[in-house]
Design a protein around this ligand. Structure first.
Ligand code: PLP
Length: 415
């Protein structure tokens, strides 16, 4: 007891010290830092009045070419591991493409028939902890969400198989298959195969496979990911999956290019909507990306530079968490090999208090519950740490504040 009081006293004096520093640190969103953005500055000048024409004389300044510049489709179909016929390159945001795909399913039903989703009872499986903006899309369209545990080898397949084989209202699922947000986990080949072959009661069941972190490794090379589109085709379910990706965290989040891939009747179904929606995307930006990166090797080399910058930031946070929390049984966290986040679990019923306390000390963290549908983390324990944006000094301070708050809340709660 005396020892606990002593520890609390020590923590209180560290907290007072943080307060006196009047910190204003922000670890809320997974954004690239300025030095990362600088790596892409060549994109700002690589297309000019001498080279805006693409292969075959295509004038990228003009209207047309609904599904993407052929050169960009060639490069990014390699990036996505699909054929150029299967890819559509859009604007700058893959989230926008996901939203539009949902809207199309809601309004018109799927490419393989069935009533519009809006006229049906519908539920979506959501691996948790997961990406808040996916959950926002479901909430926006009134789709009920069901939590599925995200494990180191992907979402809990036994539970998924059980649900989808018997419940016709389960119309689809989310998955960030590689360096998942926020755990950093990557789906195993077995998980991918099971997703492709599992029988589903819903005839137009769809997987939204958001490969947002396709090349975002942190130093140990790109994690392999089995090819879900091919597995679905082989299993006789070619329309089951929509794959999404973007260069938001390769080039620029505000001016990258977004893409999606699909098979069977899906590409034609998607293009029918695109035709009503636009006369053509920004092909100059696509050409910029092709000229700047040249080929897949160019993209991977570029991502090695990103990895060198953010790998150090991840390591700094992990070192502080270890130094402050190892062996105390107060928190467990992931050690990602890629992606943009570290996922940390406190003891049950502590995350909200920790986040609020850190906020009072000037360290803004992603709001409690954000990594769960309806912002409801049933065990109130998950905290998403985003190490990429702050500079190193701020980041270390923020990680220290977080670790001290975790210790204080855990000890105070232990009674
Ligand atoms: N998907 C995931 C899993 C993300 O973490 C993010 C951004 O953080 C996005 C999509 C956003 O992608 P985009 O910038 O292409 O809209």
């Amino acid at each position: 007891m005396a020892e606990k009081q002593e520890q609390l006293q020590l923590l209180k004096s560290r907290i007072a010290d943080f307060k006196a520093q009047k910190l204003t640190l922000d670890m809320t969103r997974g954004k690239p830092g300025t030095t990362q953005l600088d790596l892409g500055n060549g994109l700002l000048t690589c297309v000019n009045e001498t080279n805006y024409r693409a292969r075959d004389g295509i004038d990228t300044r003009n209207y047309g070419i609904l599904d993407g510049l052929p050169q960009a489709k060639e490069l990014f179909s390699q990036y996505m591991g699909v054929t150029p016929e299967e890819i559509i390159i859009g604007g700058n945001s893959s989230l926008n493409m996901m939203y539009d795909t949902f809207a199309q399913l809601m309004t018109y039903g799927s490419s393989t028939g069935g009533d519009p989703w809006s006229s049906r009872k519908k539920k979506f499986l959501c691996p948790v902890p997961g990406y808040d903006r996916h959950f926002t899309i479901c909430e926006h369209f009134g789709i009920r969400m069901i939590n599925i545990d995200m494990n180191p080898d992907g979402p809990d397949m036994e539970t998924i198989e059980e649900y989808v084989k018997s419940d016709e209202d389960i119309v689809g699922m989310w998955c960030v298959p590689r360096y998942s947000n926020p755990t950093g986990y990557t789906c195993s080949a077995e998980t991918v195969e099971r997703l492709a072959v599992m029988p589903t009661k819903c005839k137009d069941f769809r997987i939204f496979w958001d490969d947002a972190y396709a090349v975002h490794f942190l130093g140990s090379g790109r994690a392999p990911l089995a090819d879900l589109l091919t597995a679905c085709k082989k299993a006789g379910n070619p329309e089951r999956v929509f794959i999404f990706a973007s260069t938001s965290k390769v080039s620029f989040p505000g001016a990258g290019i977004a893409m999606m891939a699909s098979a069977g009747q899906n590409p034609a179904w998607l293009k029918k909507r695109l035709f009503a929606q636009t006369i053509g995307p920004d092909k100059i930006n696509m050409l910029r990306h092709v000229i700047f990166f040249k080929n897949m090797e160019g993209i991977l080399r570029h991502m090695e530079k990103h990895a060198r910058i953010i790998g150090l930031k991840f390591q700094a946070v992990l070192d502080i968490l270890s130094a402050e929390l190892d062996g105390k049984d107060m928190a467990a966290w992931t050690r990602p090999q890629g992606g943009y986040f570290i996922s940390l679990n406190t003891r049950n019923n502590c995350a909200r208090k920790v986040i609020s306390m850190a906020g009072e000390l000037g360290v803004k963290l992603t709001p409690a519950g954000s990594t769960f549908p309806y912002k409801n983390d049933p065990l109130d324990r998950n905290i998403r740490i985003a190490p990429t944006f702050p500079d190193m000094e701020d980041l270390k301070k923020a990680a220290e504040v977080l670790a001290v708050c975790i210790q204080y809340v855990s000890l105070a709660q232990a009674g």
